[in-house]
Design a protein around this ligand. Sequence first.
Ligand code: MN
Length: 270
Amino acid sequence: MTEPKREKLRRIMNILLTNDDGIHADGLCALHEALACEHNVSVVAPDSERSAVGHAITIADPLRVHPVMRRRGTGAKVLFGWAVSGTPADCVKLGLSEILSDTVDVVVSGINLGANVGINVLYSGTVSAATEAAILGVKSIAFSLNCYREPDYCFAAQAAAKLVEWVCKTDLPAGVAINVNIPAIPPREIKGIRFTRQGTHRYEEKFEKRMDPRGNIYYWQAGAKPFASDDPSIDRIAIEQGYITITPIHYDMTDYNALKLLPASMNLSL
Ligand code: MN
């Protein structure tokens, strides 16, 4: 009996694709193109940019869902995905429970414009979409490109497609989501892939104080100076050194070291 060809063993996956830059963002489109040639990709993404909304969900307003049609080549318009008037976490919840009828193998988020490393992971809608999937028991992976203007998603999308396959065949503990950051440098300069931990250094934040045309003062957050370190086990440092970083993250925010130092209980007659 002849061995089945390796290619034939490749499983077609059902993928829910989302992001926080909005359904029309170039990073999502590039990732869709890279994934849709081999897999069933359903897009459920915010109808406009929701960057830095963290893990917010919408509870005081209704969630509107609109189909987004796209022309493929010269053919007729086909369904590209669903635009949701909510956050990335809303999109994952709604996508998995209401919009998609098939079982989803993996939730993919991105590719975000801008890295999601260090404490920015906490603010990130891109990463929160992956975390939400982990809470709901579905494998997930988030992708961000370390670049803020004139992004080229070509290499990042190809790398991301391979990492989606990697995450699907890798056993990970329950509740783990994968956060991937990709350097925005020429592919030949990328040194490899590093498994990293999330940096915890705080940023020096500044606010620009400005005046609007009616004479009212307003503030605009203006950049954050990255911390100095050369520890390559930290996500931000590894990406600056030219590595793709993979950081496993978890939604359980308990500090187990602190918990060990505290008694099991106490009463208020202190
Ligand atoms: Mn974003």
